[in-house]
Every structure is written in C-alpha cells, then in structure tokens.
Design a protein around this ligand. Structure first.
Ligand code: MG
Length: 204
C-alpha cells in the first residue's frame, strides 16, 4: 500500500505559502508508517518546531490500473476519507531552499492521521461540490470545497497513474485549502466531511 499526495491544489493555499502555481500537480509520497488510525494521538516529534496541519480529502483506490484515461478514472476509486497531511514546515522550508526532497518533512511517523471511515463515492451527489473542514480546539481553521481544486479527482488519478501503477488500497491525499497553521501540544483536531465528524484526535 502506498500513499500519494498532491501539493498546491487550492489557489488560496498556494498564496498563503507564497508558492508558485506550477501548471502540473506537485507530487510527493508518505510511507505507510505515517498513518495514524482510530483517532490515536499524534506525538509531537523533537526534530521539528513547526508542525502544520493540512486537512485533505483522501481517495481510496479500488482497482489496479496504470495509464488511466481521465474519463475512466471514476472506476478506480470508490471511497473518500479525511486525512491530515502533517508537515514539518521548518524542515520543508530548509529542503525547498536547497532544492532537496521533502521526504522527511512530509513522511515522518504519524504524519498521516486518517479517518477510519471512508464514505462511498455513491454517497455524494456531486464530487465537485464536497465541503470539508478542520477545527482546532473548537475553532474553525480550514474550510474547503472540491470546486476550488485546481486539479480534480479524475485528473489526479489519470496523472498519477502515468508514473505509478495504482493498486487497490492505495490512498491519495488531494491537497489542502487555505488556513494551514502550526499545532501545539494539547491541541484537539476535529475534521469533517460535510457535517459528518471524520477525525477527532489530540496532539501530545
Ligand atoms: Mg498537503
């Protein structure tokens, strides 16, 4: 099982980090050891002083495929969950400055808290109009809608499958909307798809 992730997929988030829109998706990976399930606590690691939350919709791949045509992409994912793409922003900034890979900044242990529930795609009336959000300590910090994505689900599936054979059970983080920020020990993060609570865990 692999976790693929898209960066810079919401224009307002690109602006807040002073990044450039690239015309093509920015792709990175997380190892399976990044996953936290069952609302397990996230333990703040000592190698970063600036871990940021990024709430994202996560696609679950339901069928093996490569070089998938965009129009067939809907056959390859069957469920949508919610995840946090925890990012060690200080390590990422250092890597960016040197033109080095983001691997440790994005893939460290516990950097992918994930909802246990994945909602069947058939539950959604319109995949281009899904609301999701993140509250930190009861305060709304991030709010996204899939209509704001630069690259939609079908494009993402088609694009990724050019480089990586997608396998059943693979997970794809689809990018974060604006509002990212640092977490502190003691914070409680609660994430929603529409009004449904998907994630609820503490930073320790
Ligand atoms: Mg992200």
């Amino acid at each position: 099982m692999k976790i693929l992730a898209i960066g810079r997929n919401y224009a307002e988030h690109i602006k807040e980090l002073n990044n450039q829109q690239t015309g093509e998706p920015v792709i990175f990976m997380k190892p399976d050891t990044a996953i936290l399930r069952h609302n397990e606590a996230f333990y703040y690691p000592d190698y970063s002083q600036d871990i940021h939350y990024e709430v994202e919709l996560v696609l679950k791949i339901s069928k093996e495929g490569k070089n998938i045509d965009e129009k067939f992409a809907p056959k390859y994912f069957d469920a949508i969950g919610l995840g946090i793409d925890f990012t060690a922003r200080d390590l990422q900034t250092k890597a960016k400055e040197k033109g080095l890979p983001w691997t440790i900044a994005k893939g460290f242990n516990g950097s992918a808290p994930m909802s246990d529930t994945f909602l069947p795609v058939s539950d959604f009336a319109d995949l281009k109009n899904i609301n999701f959000s993140l509250q930190v300590n009861g305060e709304l910090k991030q709010q996204g809608n899939t209509s704001m994505m630069l690259f939609d689900f079908n494009f993402i599936i088609a694009y990724l499958s050019k480089f990586f054979t997608l396998k059943t059970g693979d997970l794809i983080f689809t990018g974060t909307p604006a509002g990212v920020g640092p977490v502190q020990i003691g914070d409680r993060l609660v994430g929603f798809i529409e009004a449904k609570e998907m994630l609820n865990f503490e930073v320790k």
